[in-house]
Design a binder for this molecule. Sequence first.
Ligand SMILES: Cc1cc2nc3c(=O)[nH]c(=O)nc-3n(C[C@H](O)[C@H](O)[C@H](O)COP(=O)(O)O)c2cc1C
Length: 169
Amino acid sequence: MDAYELLMTRRSIRSYTDEPVSDEDVEKVLRAAMAAPSAGNQQPWHFVVVRDRETMDDIMNVHPYSSMLEQAEVCIAVLADLALEKHKGYWVQDASAATQNLLLAAHALGLGAVWLGVHPVKEREEGVKAILNLPEGVECLSLVAIGHPAEPAGPADRYDPERVHEETW
Ligand SMILES: Cc1cc2nc3c(=O)[nH]c(=O)nc-3n(C[C@H](O)[C@H](O)[C@H](O)COP(=O)(O)O)c2cc1C
């Protein structure tokens, strides 16, 4: 599959088989995440890789739309250390780019993944901070649930020419 087809066929996958996700694949998706662009190449990201069932249960208690963690093999928290920001306020965009790279890499490896929004919902941010023991100044942008897809998802072509403006709005 070429790169264009890869990104056009990525979908959120919320149902997984019980096939394990290898450490090698986890490293590959993290390597892709860290290849993302960032403001001034500041790379403020950190990641927590969770495989522990109890931790997944704790996360499900603080995140209302994370029930797929029940089946997920891995959950990766995409974080940013604000002390690493050279350009203040850009951490959200940096961590978003990393999250998208991670999702695309998972798809490229035949894994299924879904982005779970954490920032800017205060209760989720505080819940995840406590569960993952994040230090002061480290924020969570997203969680990514990963497993082997239980069922294939079709592509979604959402191209809408009405959203495209030439030269000015
Ligand atoms: C910022 C953000 C937050 C999201 N949060 C959740 C979430 O909490 N739970 C969930 O199941 N999906 C979540 N999603 C996935 C979206 O629901 C999904 O991307 C959207 O419905 C489009 O479907 P697709 O990813 O299959 O193309 C989130 C996506 C983004 C970009």
